[in-house]
Write a protein that binds this ligand. Structure first.
Ligand code: PLP
Length: 393
């Protein structure tokens, strides 16, 4: 009795394979809640797709996921400013540095490790691989264009400490909206004038269209273009996933009767419908939205007015319509209110749920669709079709 993610595995796997033609040499981004699938599951999918490189969000995620699969490159997208451990000196690791401070931290942290364990090089790769993050109009961390000509010299930092820094490549993160393809190209080109490409450095990019990416590859074949893909890879098409919650119980309630965590009084006669999935699963979590135009404003005003009246629309649907929360969701169960006379679901039935996949975690993962001969199961534990994937997140 659970909140379940059903995955149309064949279509999803076909899409992962097709993505290679739209974004040759792309690197899958595996981070956070694993886009709803769980990071371990995505590691399995990346391996299935033949990927030898993955990008993760944090050093903590790298530590967790390196045990799940073997890769030639594990790119950490966020700069590290916490203390490193001997195990962090791994040959596949690539650290992102967006400022001199980020690099100094890596060097000093590894230096401290060498000082405490002088023979550390014997069992570890003596090279620290880094990607230099360049500033885009995102205005996140990144070196400014004025410093472009000095970036290659960063490899010499750490020499006196006995460390060798290897610049694996450069990275730029473009905004998803609000910047034209032409503006992105202009920005890329001003960087390409300054950074060396003859050594076939990699250039990691994000949020470019397939057409633009393919054009850049053709126009600058001396650059090793690598597209980082998260949402567009794992969640490109909503038809791949289907989220449903089991109805756990139904209780009649009369007007004025108290119920629930808050002991609020029922406003009308009706039924309390208990369904799987609560705040712990990401139910009822709303990220702040950015309002554009009158329509958005009106929608948001209606939303807040309803909140003031303690009326909360739930993401659970029944017979094609959104249902109402009886009270705000908590942990692993939600309570819905159905007024008297309305059609009711049955206990054990599953209701479709609309969840934001980057904040959702599920109790159960089920792969649907007939097994295709050439497609072995994604998870090693999977033996037959319609099996659970082994929930990980
Ligand atoms: C998270 C991340 C991505 C993937 O982002 P999506 O919007 O999920 O596709 C790409 N590049 C960088 C640098 C990221 O941090």
């Amino acid at each position: 009795m659970s909140l379940t993610l059903y995955l149309n595995r064949n279509d999803w796997l076909r899409h992962l394979a097709e993505t290679e033609s739209r974004f040759p040499r792309f690197i899958p981004v595996i981070k956070g809640n694993g886009y709803g699938f769980g990071n371990e599951f995505l590691v399995g999918a990346a391996q299935r797709a033949g990927k030898r490189s993955i990008a993760v969000g944090t050093v903590e995620e790298a530590r967790q996921l390196e045990g799940e699969g073997s890769f030639d490159q594990v790119l950490i997208l966020t700069p590290v400013l916490t203390e490193l451990e001997a195990d962090d000196l791994r040959s596949e690791r690539i650290y992102t540095i967006g400022s001199r401070r980020h690099l100094d931290h890596l060097v000093q942290s590894f230096q401290r490790l060498i000082d405490t364990k002088p023979n550390i090089w014997r069992d570890h790769h003596p090279e620290v691989r880094v990607v230099i993050k360049l500033q885009s109009t995102m205005k996140r961390y990144g070196f400014p264009l004025q410093e472009a000509d000095t970036l290659e010299q960063l490899e010499t930092i750490g020499q006196e400490a006995g460390l060798s820094i290897r610049i694996e490549g450069y990275a730029i993160h473009f905004p998803k909206d609000g910047m034209s393809a032409a503006a992105k190209e202009t920005q890329l080109e001003s960087w390409l004038k300054h950074i060396p490409t003859e050594e076939k450095r990699s250039f990691f990019v994000s949020h470019l269209s397939s057409a633009q990416y393919l054009r850049l590859r053709e126009k600058y074949p001396q650059v090793d273009w690598v597209m980082r893909l998260g949402t567009d890879l794992w969640l490109k098409d909503k038809s791949f996933v289907d989220v449903r919650a089991t109805v756990l119980d139904i209780q009649p309630i009369s007007r004025g009767e108290r119920f629930g965590y808050k002991q609020r009084k029922a406003r009308k006669n009706g039924s309390l419908v208990y369904v799987a999935g609560g705040s712990a699963n990401g139910v009822g979590l709303e990220a702040p939205v950015s309002v554009r135009g009158l329509k958005d404003m009106l929608k948001l005003t209606a939303f807040w007015l309803l909140h003031i009246l303690n009326r909360h629309l739930s993401p659970f649907t029944f017979q094609g319509k959104r249902t109402w929360f009886a009270e705000p969701p908590h942990m692993q169960t939600s309570v819905l209110f159905f007024p008297a006379g309305a059609a009711l679901p049955e206990v054990g039935e599953e209701l479709p749920v609309q969840l934001r996949m980057t904040t959702a975690t599920f109790d159960r993962y089920v792969e649907e669709g007939a097994e295709e001969k050439e497609a072995p199961p994604l998870s090693s534990a999977a033996e037959e079709t319609n099996q659970t994937l082994g929930a990980t997140s």
